[in-house]
Each structure stands twice: as C-alpha cells, then as structure tokens.
Design a binder for this molecule. Sequence first.
Ligand code: ZN
Length: 382
Amino acid sequence: MQKFLSSIIFILVIFPFLSYGEGNLHGGNETIAFESCQQVFDFYNNSQITDGPFIFFEEKETLVKWVADDQLMVEKYVPSKQEYFQSLFKVFPDKDALKKKKFEKPDFKQEFHGVDKILAISDVHGQLNLFFEFLLNHKVIDIQGNWIYGTGHLMIDGDIFDRGAHVTEILWLVYQLEVQAEQKGGKVHFILGNHEYMVLEKDLRYIHEKYAKTAQLMDTSYDHLYSTATFLGRWLRTKPVMVKINDILFVHGGASPKFTDYGLSPLIANEYFLNNIIDKNWEIVKQDSVAILLDGSDGPLWYRGYFRDDELTTDQVDEILAYFNVSHIVVGHTSQDKVTPLFEKKIIGIDSSIKNGKGGEVLIIENNSFFAGTKDGTRTKL
Ligand code: ZN
C-alpha cells in the first residue's frame, strides 16, 4: 500500500517537475548561482523542501524520503537519476558514496600534524544561516557552499543537533564540505557532542518541533532518521569524540582529571564510543566502569569543570595538558557570549551561543596565533 501511495505521489507531484524541469529543488542539473548570503537564505526559506533528504537502506532497495510542503515524498534511489534529489548545496551523495553503503571505521587515533590553519566552531544547534555566514565570511566556503579553505581544517566541535530547525541542512553541508576538503588536501572534523549522542541514544527531548512532524510523516521516530538504517546515521557513527591537531586537543565538553586518572586516551575514547557505547544495550554498558565514566559528567561530551570557579587549579590544568602532550584544549558545550580563553589560553571555550541565532564567534588558529572571528568576517587576536 505504501509503495502504491509513493507511486501516486511520484506521478502527481514529482513527475511534473522532472518533465518540465521546473521546481527549484528538482530541476535536474540546473545550478543556482547565488550572489549573496541573503539570496541563499531566501532560497532556503522559500523552497518547497521543508526537510530532508533522508536516505534509507531498506532490505532490497534504497529509498530517498523528504518533506515538501508538509507532504512526505518517497522515491526509490536510482543512480542515474540521483541529480533529481540534489538539494541546495549539491550535497546529495554521489552514486559511489551511496553504493558503498557502509562507512569504514575511522582511524581512532585522530591525530593531525603540520596543519597551517584551523577554523573551529561549535554548538551551532541548527542555526544554518549563522553557520553559513561564519564559513562564508571567513573564506572557508564560497557563496555556493563549496570548500575554498584549501589545506585548512574546519573543526566542528559538536552539537549541530537539537534546538534549531535546520539541522538536516547543516549535516548535508558538512558532508559536502568533508568530501570537497578531502579532494583539496584539507579536512573537516565533526566531533560528537552530547546532543549528537542524545539523538543516537533516542533521547529526543531537545529536537525542534518541526522534526517531530517530519518523523510523524515518515511514520517513524526522529532517532530512526539517524539510525544504522540510514546514510546520515551511518556517517555519524564514524565521528570521533576527541581530535588532536598540532598541539591542540579538541573535545566537546572537556578532558577531566578523572579521564586522565583512568589512564584513558583519545584513541580509547573514540573507539569506546563507536564500538562499546553507541547503539549498545544500556544494561551491559552500565556494568563497564570506563563506559560509565565516558558517558557521564566527567566524560568528554559532558564535562564543564574548566568553567566552574575553583574546580581546577592551574597546576591541574598543566597536568592535563602534559598528559595529552598538548599546549591547548579547545571545548564547546558550556555557553559563553564569545570565544573565551581560560587559564592563559591553555583552555579555550568556543561555545559562543550561536544557538540563540543572533551571533557568536568562531576560533581561528593560524601560525600559532589565536583569533576570535565574528560573523561579518572580522577577527580579533586573543
Ligand atoms: Zn553540548
């Protein structure tokens, strides 16, 4: 019955667009040349697509589902037709990426050296406009959303999910940039924050109301849109929780004294989350003291100790840095008004409340100098 309905929807709604090449998101190979940020945002807000696409790997076929004008659209994925699903940023995975279906497990060590420039942003929480503006005005992307950052590294320090209404679009943009950066010798890092983790663990308390509706239209729950049965779900399950670039450790919440007391490492934490925690039965996970630590308030996704008065001494911070053999730790998660250096820049908090949709800052690191960057592209040395 569902298939029958899909066919009807396809014939009535999609087919006319295919035939006449109209409709801004289903116009085949047409590309839209944007000239300003506002045009990009207007296009998004006026497009019929209200959510998606989500790619589901069913037993016998791959389905693409999206919501347009509050209606569910379903189409079987056909490689030769994949351009019909191209979304705003041309982000739809190409047929090679889709054919693969399975992502390889990442290198759990996550260490990168000799990186000449880094732009770090965190806690975007569905604020596509700001995310786009920051990247555009600091020349990480062009107006079409393409990577122009060369061999630089873009660090997304967790929490794309929850609160805001444009999570899906940001994820696809990040996916596109990841592919494009790799081709240019650059890199996109997307560290799991507690809000990614919550969605993967089916804790849906913070999703935007729009997503409850999307899930309802798809006759499933929101977490299933990011389950192991979907493209984005599988992609998310390749992401680390701790990354070292040059002499800087990036982590969403922080690295606590308990983490180092346990003798843990980024490698162990990354491996543990993907192999022993996410999607695993809680009754089993809770018997593992390492998993409990990693998953708790002293774990990398949740720790807030750097920001609490008198919780840590400078000596303790120095010990943590020495343990990881780094000079700085960059974290998100604990919201400030702007990029906030603590302990003489040894710790830098970059959750600058972008989630409120008004402003915030990014951290730019070039030749061992640190800058706070605003959405209009200006930067101030820290
Ligand atoms: Zn967080």
